[in-house]
Design a protein around this ligand. Structure first.
Ligand code: ARG
Length: 589
């Protein structure tokens, strides 16, 4: 959009306070305004917290000020005139409470309705990020852990993209490793005409993997052939290369089906992609004196870690760590990314800590955690079943993702059909699409709403309930707002042009302020890599709306225009939240 991005409320307030800090304390350099949302909304909307630390800085220097409160007062007195602030007051040891003008809140919302929600995008200190997510292993099962990575990674990517950051969505698939030796040999044995064979001939790739593994473990002859096959493959022998390509292709198609259902876009650059670059990357590390010999392997010792990071195995082969070090190098130097984000279960935290530490030792990454370029591991907990154990279904060992999505959808369809006739008429197509949107949305939201580090329990009844903090509840709330607007019979596009939001009632003002805080929540969720913050925001938005709608008559009231515009703004922001969470909104229920 060519419309100006206004930035968050915090950022706009920071500009004002920066001016006043400079005017009130011209001798002190580099004071960054510290702006936060007020903990207690009775005291104000925002607060500025600079007075105390400023006081600590100047108190020994014969200042005219007699404590943090007068410092706070001086900051207030030097604020430039603005449309934004109604009044300020100091409290406690110099906290400055800020109350925003409700006319300014209203104007900001009117402007967003015309210019678009994109003008409420946060401004982030990065240009290009790599989000490494999903990343299943070829021929092995894509399990619920990969589902979490896919859902969380996609949301992070969407939030960063919305914030005008370029995102390289990387699927770091496990397509290179010793398991390919046995897979290839098994393919040769089982399907003699494998070159012409279709995917159906191999059938279920997971079963194929299991069978080949069993053969590998029990047949010494086969085992030897498989080990030789790895060497042939890595040596680039044509026949082996071809077989490998075919196995990867079949796996890829299976993954793709899941991604399509989830509406997730990924670009595959698997482990094999980095393989040719590994010797060069290891040379760079070696030249810095980082690589040492240990028990026949080549390793990097990291301070504070008991076990070193192995980068060349005893048999001379490369491994997961050498690949990740190389990928990090590649992303920094070839792709020029300034933020590398890795989404995997917390079990891999140690691995990434060591890789990032090695990159710091090599001078690839700055030592300070807060400086860019930066690498971050986004860990997440387990998915549990109702029994509190790792989530599994009765029939199979692992849960098939596609089955999960199917079940969510069919349960939703049933619930919708029960409502149908009573409240809503559906065409078959509408019913299908709505069931899908609500069902898949419920699975995603149940995953995203918790802090990602905690384990979460997978429970259809809970996630598909239309009460409480669920996608179903939120999607219905949105549809209800749309229906209020529809039923009013007013042309919302016309109303937008006329404008006229008035936030007279306290519940109107509270809703308006919360709408305005959208940008800073997205910013916080991006910077801290916590999608649950956006879920909390969305849920509170629906609560604030309910309060408003309960206490303020919309249709038929004298404030109808203003209140319809507030409904519309709520719907717009809710839809953007859904979009960022990878959930398709529905307009009718
Ligand atoms: N394939 C790995 C797994 O399934 C995840 C890869 C994560 N990304 C990375 N760059 N290591 O556990």
């Amino acid at each position: 959009t060519d419309k100006e991005i206004v930035g968050s409320v915090k950022e706009q307030l920071a500009k004002l306070f920066e001016e006043s800090l400079r005017a009130a304390f011209p001798d002190i350099e580099d004071v960054q305004p510290m702006i936060a949302i007020c903990n207690d909304s009775r005291h104000g909307d925002y607060q500025c917290n600079n007075a105390m630390s400023l006081w600590n800085k100047i108190k020994g220097q014969g200042t005219q000020f007699r404590g943090p409160q007068p410092v706070g007062k001086a900051i207030i007195d030097n604020l430039p005139a603005s449309e934004m602030i109604e009044r300020c007051s100091t409290a406690g040891p110099g906290f400055i409470n800020v109350v925003l003008k409700k006319q300014w809140i209203a104007k900001s919302i009117e402007k967003m309705l015309i210019d678009g929600i994109e003008t409420w995008a946060p401004k982030l200190p990065v240009k290009r990020t790599v989000v490494d997510f999903s990343s299943p292993n070829i021929a092995k099962e894509m399990h619920v852990g990969h589902l979490r990575s896919t859902i969380i990674g996609d949301t992070l990517a969407r939030m960063l993209e919305f914030s005008n950051v370029e995102v390289l969505r990387r699927n770091h698939v496990g397509d290179w490793g010793t398991q390919f030796g046995m897979l290839i040999e098994y393919l040769f044995d089982k399907i003699p005409n494998w070159e012409a064979a279709s995917a159906q001939a191999i059938g279920d790739l997971q079963a194929f993997y299991k069978a080949s593994k069993q053969r590998f473990d029990n047949d010494p002859d086969f085992k030897e052939r498989a080990q030789k096959a790895v060497v042939s493959l890595q040596g680039g022998e044509e026949k082996y290369r071809k077989a490998w390509t075919q196995i990867c292709e079949i796996s890829r198609e299976e993954f793709q089906r899941v991604y399509e259902r989830l509406g997730v876009h990924l670009e595959e650059k698997g482990e094999s992609f980095y393989n040719p670059y590994i010797p060069k990357a290891l040379d760079l590390l070696n030249n810095k004196g980082l690589i040492q010999e240990s028990e026949g392997a080549r390793v990097i010792f990291i301070e504070g870690k008991k076990i070193p990071l192995i980068v060349v195995k005893r048999d001379g082969g490369f491994n997961y760590a050498s690949t990740d070090l190389t990928a990090l190098w590649y992303r920094l130097n070839e792709e020029k990314a300034d933020w590398m984000i890795y989404v995997t279960d917390v079990g891999q935290r140690e691995h990434f800590e060591m890789v990032f530490a090695a990159a710091k030792l090599a001078g690839w990454l700055p030592l300070n955690e807060n400086d860019f370029p930066k690498a971050s591991h986004v860990g997440f907990g387990l998915v549990l079943g109702d029994d509190g154990k790792r989530f599994r279904t009765r029939s199979t060992e692992v849960v098939k993702l596609v089955d999960l999505l199917d079940e969510a959808k069919s349960r939703c369809k049933l619930a919708l059909e029960e409502r149908a006739g009573k409240a809503t008429e559906w065409t078959a197509e509408e019913l299908e699409q709505t069931a899908e949107a609500v069902g898949y949305g419920a699975v995603k939201y149940a995953d995203l709403k918790n802090n990602r580090l905690t384990n979460y329990t997978f429970n259809f009844d809970q996630m598909l309930s239309d009460k409480g903090n669920t996608a179903v509840y939120l999607l219905y709330a949105h549809a209800r707002i749309c229906s209020i607007i529809r039923k009013s019979g007013r042309d919302i596009e016309e109303l937008k042009k006329v404008g006229g939001i008035v936030l007279a009632h306290p519940d109107e003002r509270a809703l308006g302020l919360h709408l305005l805080q959208f940008a800073e929540i997205v910013e916080e969720a991006c910077i801290n890599l916590l999608p649950n913050l956006l879920c909390e925001y969305l849920y509170k938005l629906s609560e604030d709306f309910t309060k408003f709608y309960t206490n303020c008559q919309v249709v038929g009231s004298t404030e109808e225009t203003s209140r319809l515009l507030l409904c519309e703004a709520t719907a717009v922001v809710m839809r953007k939240c859904f979009h960022l969470l990878g959930i398709t909104p529905v307009y009718k229920i």
